[in-house]
Structures are given as C-alpha cells and as structure tokens.
Design a protein. Structure first.
Length: 208
C-alpha cells in the first residue's frame, strides 16, 4: 500500500470511530460524539504549564479560554439546575467536583449517565456531581431527566456560554476537579459500569 492509500485508510478508520454530530446519525457503539469545538486561539491551545494570574470565569467572560489540562484551575461558572437551584463552581473549591458535559442526542453520554446516579447513591463525603447539558433547550433537558428519573445535579447551558470555557471537540467530556484544580480529564465513555469504576477510583484518589 502506497503512502497516499495508507493515509486515506487511517482517515477513514478515524471517522468510523467517532459518533456523528447532532445533525448526523450517531453510532451508539462509539465512545464519543463529535461536536464543533469552541473557539480557541493557537496561542491559547499550547500546553504550557504556566499558572494563570486570573481564574477564568464564564460568568464575567474574563480569563484565558484554553484547552484545559490536568493541573489547571477549573474555570468558574454559574449554572441553573433542573431542580431550580443554582450551582456555582467556586462554591465547591473545598470539595471534589465531578463535572460532565453531555447532550441527549449523544449515545455515549446517555449510556454513561447511570454511573453518576450510582456515584450519588454512594453518598461520598465532600463530593459534588454536576452534569451540564451542552446547548439544548430546557424543555428537552427536563423531559429527558423526568423520563430517566435522575436525581443528581443537571444544569443548562443553552447558549454554550459555560462550555466555551471548557472547550472540547467531543462529548461526553468529564473532569474530576479537586479543590478547584483539574485532577483528571476524560473524553468519551465506555458505558455506565466502566465509567462508574473509573470515576470512583479518581475521586477516591483525590479524597486521600
């Protein structure tokens, strides 16, 4: 096989391993669903381990928007939850936060959601779970939550104003945040049982 054919084969394989976007047919066997990435400049997407002088804040639109890494401060934000309460990220800087970005049209997102319910039922001390819906209207989110009966925190981000500060080209996108600092980052999911173990292990490590 010549170099050109090999390149085309690799490209075709990579496309087959990702779900379609919201406007395409999604593959329920995939680990991620692709989405349009948030706008990030080339300068901001570098992997420098420098400490930011200012914590990024989605509410005030301040601070650097960048591809996040483990060790970065988690950008602050405020989200309205399905239950009517308000979640403010920095209010939980003394805890471990499991933060997830998802959508109802994303099969891997929906497939892993029982893991969050199982983790909530574990009643882990000093742990908070919040799943932010990416870009769907409140009625769609509310109907989904009511149908599934989930009781963990689920928030709205109808205009992607929160996700802008958590840029990713694939969902589910999940971060384990330990006292305001990102400890683990996951893109994609392998189903509820596998993700439950993965997330619980990461949370337990933070609680040591």
């Amino acid at each position: 096989m010549n170099k050109s054919k090999l390149t085309m084969a690799i490209l075709a394989l990579s496309l087959l391993t990702a779900c379609g976007s919201k406007d395409n047919t999604a593959n329920s066997d995939s680990k991620t669903a692709t989405k349009k990435p948030a706008s990030v400049t080339e300068e901001n997407s570098t992997n420098d381990k420098k400490e930011n002088s200012e914590r990024a804040d989605a509410d005030s639109k301040t601070g650097e928007i960048k591809l996040l890494e483990e060790g970065d401060m988690a950008p602050d934000f405020t989200a309205t939850l399905v239950n009517g309460e308000t979640f403010h990220m920095s209010d939980y800087d003394d805890k471990v936060v499991l933060l997830n970005f998802w959508a109802t049209w994303c099969p891997p997102c929906v497939g892993e959601m029982p893991a969050f319910e199982m983790l909530k039922d574990d009643n882990l001390e000093n742990v908070e779970i919040v799943c932010i819906n990416a870009g769907e209207d409140k009625e769609t989110v509310n109907q989904f939550v009511k149908m599934e009966g989930y009781t963990f925190n689920i928030g709205y981000d109808e205009d992607y104003s929160i996700e802008e500060y958590y840029p990713t080209d694939g969902i589910p996108y999940t971060l384990v945040v330990n006292k305001g600092v990102i400890s683990k980052i996951y893109v994609g999911a392998n189903g509820a049982e596998a993700q439950y173990k993965e997330y619980k292990d990461a949370i337990t490590e933070c609680l040591k």
